[in-house]
Design a protein around this ligand. Structure first.
Ligand code: GLP
Length: 233
């Protein structure tokens, strides 16, 4: 793992944007994208740039079950608001959390990932070490699946909703095995709330109890952490 420490998330977004630009210049065609507050400074850099994404495909990590696209907390709405409306891509894939049959949806999403190998996967990290919505205890060999969200994650994400009862209890998420197939992984972590998870991811044992620890086994991972998130390294 290559660790880059930056002053704050603004600086982190700039460094992440440089790395992404280099990958695109080198021929990357498919980006794996994340939601949450962490990638926002990167997305802002992309929006402000004159880089052309009309030949780039994106595949998002996850989506809540049961939120329509009109709900601004759905990840499809989040991506449109922060990136896709301002920067047109060739195509944008997200899991459909409203699919009638979630098992069929999971298979559809795996097929999309298989036919569009991810060149660069952007990741955030949850306070409990989750990546995507792969909560502690998720087997490392899983591909896309339906997830029951951990209490800690529901609580952390409740800041975006009017009340904790409105936070969906389930999501469809790419699995760890899908994430690990990405050629390069760029994980961003900002703020002291992430310091424990970052320290365990980098220096702890590789264990399903801390999903991000699997990244120690990937050949090309870059971590960009601000000083607070890197403070326990
Ligand atoms: C959410 C998302 C993750 C994200 C994480 C951290 O639950 N599913 O993809 O990395 O939580 O969120 P934030 O960046 O807001 O701290």
């Amino acid at each position: 793992m290559k660790i880059i420490t930056v002053k704050d998330e603004l600086a982190g977004g700039k460094v992440a944007f440089e790395i992404l630009s280099e990958k695109l210049a080198a021929g990357a065609k498919t980006l794996g994208l994340a939601t949450g507050s962490t990638p926002l400074t990167l997305y802002q850099e992309i929006v402000n740039s004159d880089l052309d994404f009309s030949d780039v495909t994106s595949i998002n990590l996850d989506e809540y079950v049961g939120l329509p696209a009109e709900n601004e907390q759905s990840y499809v709405a989040f991506m449109r608001q922060h990136l896709f409306d301002a920067k047109p891509f060739k195509q944008n894939f997200l899991p459909d959390g409203l699919a009638q049959d979630l098992q069929v949806e999971v298979e559809r999403y795996d097929a999309i990932i298989d036919s569009h190998p991810i060149d660069l996967q952007i990741l955030g990290i949850g306070r409990n070490g989750h990546i995507g919505f792969n909560e502690p205890g998720t087997p490392f060999d899983m591909t896309t699946h339906v997830v029951d969200l951990a209490e800690d994650t529901i609580q952390a994400n409740s800041r975006f909703f009017d009340s904790i009862d409105q936070v969906p209890k389930q999501a469809v998420s790419m699995g760890i095995a899908s994430i690990m197939k990405s050629k390069t992984i760029l994980l961003l972590a900002f703020g002291e709330q992430k310091a424990d998870a970052v320290a365990k991811m980098v220096n702890g044992p590789v264990t399903e109890d801390l999903p991000a620890s699997i990244l120690q086994k990937h050949a090309d991972v870059i971590v960009i952490a601000d000083e607070a998130a890197a403070s326990k390294l």
